[in-house]
Design a protein around this ligand. Structure first.
Ligand SMILES: *Cc1c(COP(=O)(O)O)cnc(C)c1O
Length: 390
């Protein structure tokens, strides 16, 4: 994608542009159809023979979904991308395209909980083994890589926000002939473009920042023509987690504002993280933006982070006193949200990644939305005060 402008301006141009030019409409139409018809027998047989690339059935190819895939591929600097009905569908289809019984995956600890559960249940039943490593420890990663098929990264991780030197890990994997995938949902392509750091496949939960309005559940994977071709021909058509045309249309709409939304999330989250860090009721704040220097490859920080309260703060009272921050899972939308660590620890799902990864019962995860920094800080400050008295 290099238009010769700074990466941020490039991204703004990419999401603003509609190459389809359909009906001269400024907003592209939704091709909301399950199937496509043919002019005649010859037209149909030519399509089936693959002599013509055209839509036949929406699970295979749909123009609106394709438009979303092309925009995301450009943002990630990828040759190709595939949209999915959810982030988990993108994760499971991608992983299953590259491993078979007896294979091993090396994964960073603190994975997104349902990815962790996929690895610990379904993949385990298929005799696919997963070695968890501390991604900050390159020697530990190097020791685990020989003989593995896939290196599965997520950086930063989605609760304690551990970050990794992605370029260094991807180079290690390449040396061992291991394919590297990364869950890039937290940073979005605006703040991190892993393919440029040597990663092979980039996965997003598009339900988060790409959609940005909390009205879509979707996913996507981007990478080289060859690797995406493998996902497209192996797991994708048969697992069938197709992104719907309407959801693709919502994603295209949402991505128009992705660059400026990311800047706004960053600005507010950074201000709030700094004030929390300075607050006497707070023991620690886990936000990569607070480091002296951003980790290699990350050019900005999003709105999701966690912090740990000191003893003496009633987290239930804090949660119930908030007005702007709503209690809710997920993140990446316009709205501010919190999840108390203790709530995640109470979850019955097995295997329980919250326990496995030591989420502190005194931690709270925040998503800083777009309501405005001062209003959000007032809301937090009042809730902390109310929860600290007595
Ligand atoms: C939400 C999320 C997923 C899963 O995406 P869905 O769209 O909910 O299936 C994967 N990875 C991360 C980091 C997430 O936050």
């Amino acid at each position: 994608m290099n238009n010769g402008f700074a990466p941020f301006e490039d991204a703004c141009l990419t999401v603003a542009h509609d190459e389809s030019n359909a009906y001269d409409a400024v907003v592209p139409p939704i091709v909301q159809t399950s199937l496509f018809t043919f002019n005649d027998y010859d037209d149909m047989i030519a399509s089936y023979r693959g002599e013509k690339i055209r839509p036949i059935y929406t699970r295979g190819l749909n123009p609106t979904v394709r438009m979303f895939e092309e925009i995301l591929a450009k943002l990630e600097g990828a040759q190709d991308a595939i949209g999915f009905a959810s982030g988990m569908s993108a994760i499971s289809s991608t992983v299953l395209s590259f491993v078979e019984p007896g294979d091993r995956i090396v994964a960073v600890r603190h994975l997104y909980p349902d990815a962790f559960r996929l690895f610990g249940t379904l993949l385990k039943r298929m005799r696919i083994e997963v070695t968890y490593v501390d991604g900050r420890d390159e020697e530990e990663v190097a020791r685990a890589l020989p003989g593995a098929k896939l290196l599965y990264l997520e950086s930063p991780t989605s609760w304690v926000m551990e970050t990794h030197d992605i370029a260094a890990l991807a180079a290690l994997a390449r040396r061992h002939g291991v394919i590297t995938t990364i869950d890039n949902s937290w940073a979005s392509p605006i703040f991190q473009q892993p393919l440029s750091l040597g990663v092979d496949l980039v996965i997003h939960s598009a339900s988060k920042y790409l959609g940005g309005h909390s009205d879509v559940v979707a996913g996507v994977v981007a990478g080289s023509k060859e690797l995406i071709g493998r996902v497209r021909s192996e797991a994708y058509p048969y697992l069938g987690g197709k992104l719907s045309p309407f959801d693709a249309w919502l994603l295209i709409r949402g991505m128009r504002t992705l660059p400026i939304r990311m800047k706004a999330h960053e600005q507010s989250a950074l201000a709030i993280a700094r004030r929390l860090q300075a607050h006497e009721a707070v023991e620690a704040v886990c936000y990569p933006g607070l480091a002296n220097q951003l980790p290699n490859g990350l050019s900005g920080t999003s709105g999701l982070f966690s912090f740990i309260f000191r003893d003496g703060v009633d987290i239930r009272a804090f949660s119930d006193h908030l007005k702007l921050f709503k209690l809710g899972v997920s993140w990446g939308g316009h709205e501010s949200l919190i999840v108390p660590g203790n709530v995640v620890l109470a979850q019955k799902a097995q295997p329980n990644s919250a326990v496995a990864f030591g989420i502190s019962p005194r931690s709270v995860r925040l998503h800083v939305g777009l309501e405005g920094t001062e209003a959000l800080w007032s809301d937090l400050e009042a809730a902390i005060t109310a929860a600290s008295s007595g």
